[in-house]
Design a protein around this ligand. Structure first.
Ligand SMILES: [Zn+2]
Length: 474
């Protein structure tokens, strides 16, 4: 399909290709307020998760749940599934107010969402279901490995996480994405654009099968403008949101598709995954050390040190069980037993009660999950700048690829790219002035201003230099 690319089909957004992200004072204030709310919510969400895990650990909720799981089934997998399901549901329910404020109220307040409450709550429930399924698989593998290898589970779990994550990336476009959005092959909805994309890639000696390019009905839920690449191997695909197609003209859209095509043909998903895994190897080892220490400290002051039980009146006052010993722990890892069974005999007395936090099994106790998640959340939080730095590297490379692949097809790729960033950032209320700390900690992409400056100035063709990523596209 031969089609001349024209820039005149839709308004071009910014009147001139500014080398900066420019907003009216009113919109600038709105974008800054929205962005700052997002940053605050991000840190608040981490703090809330940590508080919930700490509460579920110290209050004994995890132990009660583990006991309940044991009564439900004698089979370890069923216990794990039951425990993880209820545990994650309880966590998510406590996180709900923040989720609702962040995901629903804030988006509506800033006019970004087109989604009704019923649809939003359905998405929330689907997300919880997915979290539970993934959580059960990971927790089952984790506890199985901890039981098999108490000293090396961090390494084996890291090794196991590689095929598990690759499997998730593989099935995500088939299983997860269609739960939330509808996908239509782009050639059905935008035959002209599909032809232009083919022509642009063909110009660089590349191709992405038509069957791998989709349009997503993002407008059913949001006004945000975007595109992405997902999947791996046979499920790899390029997805353009319908909001993007509505807001950008064909040249601008081609620059957006060029960026995503960069992720696709340069194999950014497996490359980024490989680098992230290096970070996770360090995290898992650090997690192992920390979790072992916390559990060992709990054991020293916990299950193995028994002191005479307090008087019945004391027990009655605190509402604890008839268990004649309580754990001597300043941190009070001992938990009120829910069982009213009195037993006697030295052997029984020295056997830690299943109704107490049973760290005699170490990390292998399901009730250690809040500690494991607490430590992991802290570690991932501190690794976020490294993971985001890796992402920014690939995003910048995709920006460069987009310009190179559009060169020779789009009449003025620099201007079209600047315009596409300007329009997308304006629609999405992107922060015009993020602090260096926020960029370092939270930005998975270079800031809009950085991207626009690069888009305006990267033109090796004007300087007689070869293209770096696509030397054959000249
Ligand atoms: Zn990207």
């Amino acid at each position: 399909m031969e089609s001349k690319v024209t820039a005149e089909q839709k308004p071009t957004g910014a009147p001139q290709a500014e080398a900066h992200y420019v907003l009216t004072p009113e919109k600038r204030a709105k974008a800054i307020a929205y962005s700052r709310a997002q940053y605050r919510l991000y840190f608040a969400a981490i703090a809330l998760s940590l508080a919930i895990y700490a509460f579920f650990w110290r209050s004994g909720f995890a132990v009660v749940l583990r006991e309940w799981a044991k009564r439900v089934s004698a089979r370890r997998f069923a216990q794990c599934a039951f425990f993880v399901c209820l545990f994650l549901t309880a966590v998510r329910v406590l996180e709900f107010p923040l989720d609702y404020y962040w995901g629903f109220l804030l988006e509506h307040h800033y006019g970004l969402s087109t989604q009704g409450f019923g649809s939003w709550i359905a998405d929330w429930a689907k997300d919880l279901g997915l979290t539970a399924v993934v959580g059960i698989i990971l927790a089952w593998v984790f506890y199985w490995l901890v039981r098999r290898s108490p000293r090396r589970w961090w390494l084996y779990f890291w090794l196991a996480s590689i095929p598990i994550t690759l499997a998730f990336i593989l099935v995500e476009p088939y299983v997860v994405e269609p739960l939330f959005y509808r996908f239509t092959p782009l050639e059905k909805t935008q035959p002209l654009l599909t032809g232009q994309i083919e022509k642009m890639l063909g110009h660089a000696g590349l191709s992405i099968p038509r069957s791998r390019i989709y349009e997503m009905d993002a407008s059913a839920k949001t006004k945000v403008v975007n595109a992405y690449v997902s999947g791996w191997g046979s499920s790899k695909r390029l997805v353009v949101w319908d909001t993007t197609l509505a807001k950008l003209n064909s040249d601008q859209t081609l620059l957006v598709v060029g960026h995503e095509a960069g992720h696709y043909v340069l194999h950014h998903i497996p490359k980024e995954f490989a680098l992230d895994e290096m970070v996770f190897l360090v995290l898992f080892y650090a997690g192992f050390v920390l979790i072992q220490r916390i559990v060992a400290a709990s054991c020293r002051s916990g299950s193995f040190t028994v002191i005479p039980s307090p008087s019945p009146s004391f027990r009655a006052k605190r509402g604890i069980s008839l268990w004649p010993f309580r754990v001597n722990s300043a941190r009070n890892l001992a938990l009120p037993s829910s069982r009213g069974v009195e037993e006697s005999g030295a052997a029984k007395l020295l056997t830690p009660r299943p109704s107490t936090l049973d760290f005699s099994t170490g990390v292998a106790d399901l009730a250690s999950l809040p500690i494991v998640l607490l430590v992991l959340t802290v570690l991932v939080f501190f690794a976020t700048p490294a993971l985001d730095g890796i992402s920014r590297y690939f995003e910048h490379q995709a920006d460069q690829f987009g310009l190179e692949v559009a060169y020779g097809v789009v009449p003025d790729p620099n201007t079209a790219d600047v315009q596409s960033f300007q329009i997308m950032a304006e629609e999405d209320l992107e922060d015009p002035d993020p602090s260096p700390f926020i960029r370092f900690w939270l930005y998975t992409h270079p800031s809009t201003d950085e991207r626009i400056r690069f888009a305006a100035t990267y033109k090796p063709w004007a300087e007689g230099k070869p293209l770096q990523l696509l030397p054959t596209a000249r």
